[in-house]
Design a protein around this ligand. Structure first.
Ligand SMILES: *Cc1c(COP(=O)(O)O)cnc(C)c1O
Length: 357
């Protein structure tokens, strides 16, 4: 049976990413060596790294003056690395979920952090609006897609301050105006590649303004200067990410993917809203994540959760159990989730309604 992987991350990847990486693990470009045993200083790998950076820049239309880094440590290390490099006295953060809360906690080691607004009062089920941001903050940090709670900031904000964004779970899902941001970062394992590599897009003239000494490994300038080769980069995850970037380009780039993602999300949310057995945890439609749809069984049907998970599993739908802090279900529909997977989920919900409603 074909499996549809709705896991939140690590998550579904294009078949070509997995096939090409598997081949390179056995034999890279007919070299007789595995991708896993080549030197990161070899000609083969340097050309892989160069191609990955170039394609990453091309697809996101990254302007001059920005560097693209591939590092270890996950998005979680960026929670600390970003303020190390950019927080001089004060930073402003929007608290829209657990990841944002973690980012705030780490930034507090390095200076004053103003939480400008939070949606914690309603279990992070909406995006706060109408808050003020202190004009003297060094930067304003947002989490564009809240993987756990299923909310998303779908447009690039204009705040008058340098923006920093955790885009772990919606990078490459839509076009982004990179020129509005000082730093964009994320773990690859949601929409780009396997776990193990973290991308960082950093505006070079935002650096060098803090007064503290920065340890070499935490200093963006170290990695810019060394082309992400200050220490051994995650060779295999970078190669796999390159395969996904090639797939994105073949699909027609970010405009095309944004259209497909909007279609898939519309398909699923309209079934959630129509079907009396289910309800979305994010009520406000414009706040709903196009990547992670969170929903629960409504009212008197709450006892049927395990039954629905079993009905879905019987169709090959896996990974839709909700995060423990929300409960119910979460369907993650990253770029590589085909439309027929989402159609199958919606059909399964309709059949479940007929059987149990
Ligand atoms: C998954 C995720 C993280 C954590 O990423 P790691 O690479 O595991 O550190 C951070 N932020 C968001 C929005 C995420 O979805």
């Amino acid at each position: 049976m074909k499996k549809y992987n709705f896991n939140p991350g690590p998550a579904v990847l294009p078949a070509s990413t997995i096939e090409n990486t598997a081949k390179a693990v056995l034999d890279l470009n007919g070299s007789g060596l595995s991708l896993m045993e080549i030197s990161h200083r070899s000609k083969d790998f340097i050309s892989i790294m160069d191609e990955t950076v170039a394609l990453f820049r091309e697809i996101l239309s990254i302007p001059q003056g920005y560097s693209v880094l591939f590092l270890g440590g996950g998005a979680s290390l960026q929670f600390l690395m970003l303020p190390y490099n950019l927080l001089n006295k004060k930073a402003a953060y929007l608290n829209t979920g657990s990841w944002a809360s973690n980012a705030i906690k780490q930034a507090r080691y390095l200076g004053e952090v103003v939480e400008v607004a939070t949606s914690k009062d309603k279990n992070f089920s909406y995006i706060p609006r109408g808050y003020g941001i202190p004009g003297d903050a060094d930067y304003f940090h947002i989490t564009t897609n809240n993987t756990i709670y299923g909310t998303q900031i779908r447009e690039d904000m204009d705040t008058g301050l340098p923006l920093a964004a955790d885009m772990s779970s919606d990078i490459f899902s839509r076009p982004v105006d990179v020129s509005k941001y000082s730093v964009i970062y994320g773990g690859a394992q949601k929409n780009l590649g396997p776990a193990g590599v973290t991308f960082v897009i950093v505006r070079e003239d935002a650096l060098g303004k803090v007064e503290r000494n920065i340890p070499a490994m935490l200093d963006y300038r170290t990695h810019i200067e060394k082309g992400s080769m200050f220490n051994t980069p995650p060779v295999l995850p970078i190669y796999a990410s390159l395969q996904t970037l090639k797939w994105i380009k073949e699909k027609g780039g970010l405009e095309a993917l944004a259209r497909m993602n909007a279609e898939k999300a519309e398909l699923l949310y309209s079934e959630i809203d129509r079907n009396p057995l289910f309800e979305a945890t994010v009520r406000e439609k414009k706040d709903r994540s196009l990547m992670n749809a969170c929903f629960v069984m409504s009212g008197k049907y709450t006892g049927l959760e395990a039954d629905f998970l079993a009905a879905a599993a019987a169709k090959g739908i896996i990974g839709i159990k909700g995060h423990r802090s929300v409960g119910g279900f979460r369907a993650s529909m990253y770029n590589a989730m085909p439309k027929e997977g989402v159609e199958l989920l919606a059909d399964t919900m309709r059949e479940f309604e007929k059987a149990k409603g």
